[in-house]
Design a protein around this ligand. Structure first.
Ligand code: SAM
Length: 294
């Protein structure tokens, strides 16, 4: 590890991305505190939420609002301030800006203008939850919030049933039960899943088990449905592509010509049509139930 450096104040003309606590105010780092104290302006998702955090630390830095509805316009003004040599900090209500939160457009604009962007390491619900989940974490995919409507959510989960890495999702208390019910249905009751609830807060909980057990665990105590959630899904089973193609082609071949069956199967499985067609011909020639080895 390098020598600990002194906590530097903000540098002129720099945009700082500053993560803030997701529950426990002690998680604001000394460096984050120094930057928030020394920048000329803080761009905050909600100035009231950030204002109360700043008040807790005795900071009085000026703020402006930057949220998903005004980011496009505000980005231009903030860019001009940076170009004039002002220093800025970007914060969201809690956690790391840009992670399921606004800021991407601003950062892209500042980078395109060739001005410096410095991101401070700090609280992020997704990474904190994953690090405590006990699910494979060498590779993982973060997808933010799943589709809110049940039909679209089930479809999304089915499409990701064979995803080879741990999936990390955010979910609100209104939808956690619906998501839990859909997990077992779309991915199978045995799929390993984990939930982190109210991280760094008083009633923090981390649960790990099978998709089939999750609805029961949630229903076990009314409090378990409250608060903020990160839901994680363990890696999917290896997809035996050939077995999948055959399983779909066989019934189709009973009613369709090989070319049509191949088109339907290729589209449903996202496979190349030519390869599926060759397989359909082989199955058809052998009689649909007697599959030759591929
Ligand atoms: N940018 C934030 C981050 O770095 O984690 C996430 C913002 S996103 C709008 C809010 C969602 O993050 C919540 O709905 C919940 O899914 C998750 N989240 C935030 N704080 C959490 C906490 N303390 N415990 C569990 N999940 C949390």
């Amino acid at each position: 590890m390098n020598e600990p450096s002194p906590t530097p104040a903000a540098v002129a003309g720099t945009l700082y991305i500053v993560p803030t606590p997701i529950g426990n105010l002690s998680d604001l780092s000394p460096r984050a505190l120094k930057i928030l104290d020394s920048v000329d302006l803080i761009a905050a998702e909600d100035t009231r939420t950030t204002g109360s955090m700043l008040g807790h630390f005795g900071l009085r830095t000026r703020m402006t609002a930057l949220h998903e509805h005004n980011e496009e316009q505000v980005a231009g003004t903030l860019l001009a301030r940076l170009a004039e040599g002002q220093s800025l900090a970007l914060v969201c209500d809690a956690g790391t800006p840009l992670v399921s939160d606004p800021g991407y457009r601003l950062v892209a604009a500042v980078r395109e203008a060739g001005l410096p962007v410095i991101a401070l390491p700090g609280p992020c619900a997704a990474v904190t939850a994953l690090s405590a989940a006990g699910l494979p974490s060498d590779a993982f995919s973060f997808f933010g919030f799943p589709p809110p409507k049940p039909a679209a959510r089930r479809q999304w989960l089915s499409e990701h049933a064979y995803w080879p890495h741990t999936i990390v999702l955010y979910e609100s208390s209104h939808r956690i039960q619906g998501l839990a019910d859909d997990l077992a249905q779309a991915l199978g009751a045995d799929r390993l899943v984990a939930v982190a609830r109210e991280i760094s807060k008083r009633f923090e909980q981390h649960w790990r088990g099978s998709a089939g057990e999750l609805p029961e665990w949630l229903a076990g105590d009314a409090d378990r449905l409250r608060g903020e959630f990160v839901v994680m899904i363990g890696p999917g089973p290896a997809r035996d592509t050939q077995a999948h193609i055959d399983a779909l082609l066989r019934p189709l071949l009973r009613d369709m010509e090989p070319s049509r069956a191949a088109r339907v199967a290729a589209e449903a499985l996202g496979e190349r049509r030519n390869a599926v067609y060759r397989r359909a011909l082989a199955l058809a020639e052998a009689g649909d139930s007697q599959a030759p080895e591929a």
